[in-house]
Design a protein around this ligand. Structure first.
Ligand code: 6PG
Length: 486
């Protein structure tokens, strides 16, 4: 039996169903911002707990049943779902949809695959309901105090929903970290790429840490000092800040540096893999994100690592580091350059997704709403916004004048870091893959010409010539004459 009285009808501005930490924090954030918030959870105990612990945050209207929850919402109703992605989300959507009326809005604020969001949006549109897939970034803390919010769905739904989401979002320079991203699955698509970039950022930071640890022999605390210092410059960001904090943390059980007692296997819930899979489908090279995602897989490949550890020789060189300060400065520059490439690749994926799915996404606005609240919030995101303001159709973020100037300052250091790591036998998949991408994308001629020739040889896949229009094929197994294809 619930320990609260039934809520009145048509009272709440917005409702949240799913009272795990993210859902309850989001609900509390709305309440703290003056909204009347309806609450619901499949098991009423969690709703009661929120009421017991946090009713002082504002006006809550808890319900035990989904029908009471829906009835407590003002029309057009807005219900946010914050439950596990996949089947649980579908089940809640179905239940809500059966109780809602034309014009009502269902928001999925979890990390859903954008294709699922597109499907759900189409289904609900047929029933006259709005379905909004919204990215919400910032973890538990962000949900409570101001996340970065990336809602998709119709413009009409944003008119009702947008002002509330903007109010509870993080704010930077007085601007909300929330904007309408685009139709149907656009919000979840952008959130997916955000997470992919998050993977690349985290991995490349870890590679810098690894080199300081292994090549310089620095302890966790000393490396934490370096990151804290870096956080005062161009690299200033949430992830660099928390890295310094984590490295300074001492394990309470063993008294050792905390990072040293953690098993070196990184888990993943799947958004990085989605980013890479989608990029492959779209033909967009997101090499930094892909390598970061695979680096987690390598870390978790226990049988392979055990086998490799036993028998694979390093045959590495022991290179002397004459100037430690220079080495650290190189790492900082390499990190910045690799980061710029990862973001550039991520924005390419958003642009390609927008093209493919017909979304009108303002790329500069995406960088703007990532400046606060989210996991990849960083000082340099302003520069991305400015770049797209200079040219909204910029084909390559790195080709913007600011980024070419910045990256030019980093290149020698970046090359030194990758060469040092390769010669010394230290894995640096993101440092190295982003540098290779950089060199590829600025190359006048790539070895893809040879790949085309090979494809034509064994599969008659044809090729184009540098000196003539049309499509050609060589009769490799005959007299090797060239034929022009229709
Ligand atoms: C965020 C985070 C959040 C979550 C990721 C972590 O933006 O707030 O990205 O969505 O922490 O799902 O993903 P992994 O478990 O795959 O690292």
């Amino acid at each position: 039996m619930a320990s609260f009285a039934p809520s009145p009808a048509d009272v709440a501005d917005i409702g949240v169903t799913g009272m795990a930490v993210m859902g309850s924090n989001l609900a509390r954030n709305f309440a703290r911002n003056g909204f009347k918030v309806a609450l619901h959870n499949r098991s009423v105990g969690k709703t009661e707990k929120v009421m017991d612990d946090h009713s002082a945050d504002g006006e809550f209207y808890p319900s035990e049943s989904m029908s009471d929850f829906v009835a407590s919402l003002q029309k057009p109703r807005v219900a946010i779902i914050m439950v596990k992605a996949g089947k649980p989300t579908d089940a809640v959507i179905d239940e809500l949809a059966s109780l809602m009326e034309e014009g009502d809005i269902i928001v999925d604020a979890g990390n859903a695959l954008f294709g699922d969001t597109r499907r759900r949006e189409a289904d609900l549109r047929e029933k006259g309901l709005h379905f909004v897939g919204s990215g919400v970034s910032g973890g538990e803390e962000g949900a409570l105090n101001g996340p970065s919010i990336m809602p998709g769905g119709t413009k009409q739904s944003y008119e009702r929903l947008g002002p509330m989401l903007e109010k509870i979002s993080a704010h930077v320079d007085g601007e909300p970290c929330c904007t309408h991203v685009g139709a149907d699955g656009a919000g979840h698509f952008v959130k997916m790429v955000h997470n992919g970039i998050e993977y690349a950022d985290m991995q490349v930071i870890s590679e810098a840490y690894d080199l300081m640890s292994k090549a310089l022999g620095k302890n966790a605390g000393e490396i934490g000092d370096v990151f804290a210092e870096w956080n005062k410059g161009d690299l200033e960001s949430f992830l660099i800040e928390i890295t310094a904090e984590v490295l300074h943390h001492t394990d309470v059980t063993s008294g050792k540096p905390f990072v040293d007692v953690i098993l070196d296997r990184a888990a993943q819930k799947g958004t990085g893999a989605w980013t890479v899979q989608t990029a492959l489908d779209l033909g967009v090279p997101v090499t930094g994100i892909a390598e970061a995602t695979f680096a987690r897989s390598v870390s978790g490949s226990t049988p392979q690592r055990e086998a490799g550890l036993k028998v694979l020789p390093a045959e590495a060189q022991t290179l002397e580091i004459a100037d430690e300060a220079q080495f650290i400065d190189d790492l900082q520059k390499a990190l910045y350059a690799a980061k710029l490439v990862s973001y550039s690749q991520g924005f390419d994926e958003i642009a390609a997704g927008a093209e493919e799915f017909g979304w009108d996404i303002d790329l500069g606005a995406m960088a703007r709403i990532w400046r606060g609240g989210c996991i990849i919030r960083a000082r340099f995101l302003n520069r991305i916004t400015e770049a797209y303001e200079r040219d909204a159709k910029l084909p390559l973020l790195l080709s913007d004048e600011y980024f070419t100037t910045e990256i030019a300052k980093c290149i020698p250091a970046w090359r030194r870091v990758v060469a040092f790591a390769a010669a010394s036998g230290y894995p640096v998949p993101v440092f190295a893959s982003t540098l290779s991408y950089y060199d590829a994308v600025r190359s006048e001629r790539l070895p893809a010409a040879l790949v085309q020739a090979q494809r034509d040889y064994f599969g008659a896949h044809t090729y184009q010539r540098v000196d003539a229009e049309g499509t050609f094929h060589v009769e490799w197994s005959e007299d090797r004459r060239e034929t022009k294809q229709d």
